[in-house]
Ligand binder design. Structure first.
Ligand code: HEC
Length: 172
């Protein structure tokens, strides 16, 4: 009895999210419904705890991994600073400091990072990043610096080809 009901709900939500692809930003209903579904249905692993302690070293390691694997979409600060297309992707890239993201459990964040979010631009990192690297990144995500405090990703600095006007930043 339960399975068909769940699939009907998922089908409706899938339709809502496909409809959302045509518009620039998802509507409020769609956003709320999709967020609810992710937090309660699709994103698993709620109970798993982060096995690593939040030492300064572990957080810094997490920041470094984030800086080579996630920076192009989430920015150095995980708050989209300097990422020119963050708001244009559908769904848009959320600030990882937002309540929407921080309200996931550590285990759920691990699930999101391992599996990615389909269908969206958020890639799966299982097979590329090891468990320890991911847990350290989660420590970084739980201890984010103030927005903008780490500067722009190098690739978006206008200095990709080593031009001399590196002082010119594309972010506002
Ligand atoms: C190619 C661009 C891209 C890269 C690279 C990327 N992400 Fe994302 N990320 C996204 C998009 C787009 C979303 C929004 C997904 C959604 O809401 O469905 C997202 C969402 C998230 C979320 C929030 C999920 C939610 O349900 O709100 C977390 C956490 C996250 N990313 C972490 C990471 C980490 C950690 C990395 C590096 C290992 C990473 N991302 C790499 C594009 C990217």
């Amino acid at each position: 009895m339960r399975a068909p009901r769940r699939s009907v709900i998922l089908a409706i939500l899938a339709m809502a999210s496909v409809a959302g692809c045509r518009v620039k930003t998802p509507g409020r209903f769609e956003t709320t419904a999709v967020q609810w579904t992710k937090h309660h249905v699709t994103v698993g692993n709620r109970a798993e705890r982060n096995p690593l302690p939040a030492t300064a070293e572990n957080i810094d390691d997490g920041k470094k991994t984030f800086g080579y694997y996630c920076v192009s979409c989430h920015g150095r600060d995980a708050q989209n600073t300097g990422v020119p297309f963050a708001a244009q992707i559908s769904p848009p890239i959320p600030s990882l400091a937002s309540a929407q993201v921080q309200s996931y459990s550590d285990g759920q964040l691990k699930w999101v990072i391992d599996n990615g979010i389909f269908p969206s631009g958020m890639p799966a990192s299982k097979g590329t990043l090891g468990d320890e690297e991911v847990w350290k990144m989660i420590l970084f995500i739980r201890h984010l610096p103030p927005a903008g405090s780490l500067g722009d990703p190098k690739a978006y600095s206008g200095d990709e080809y080593g031009s001399d006007d590196s002082g010119k930043s594309k972010s506002e």
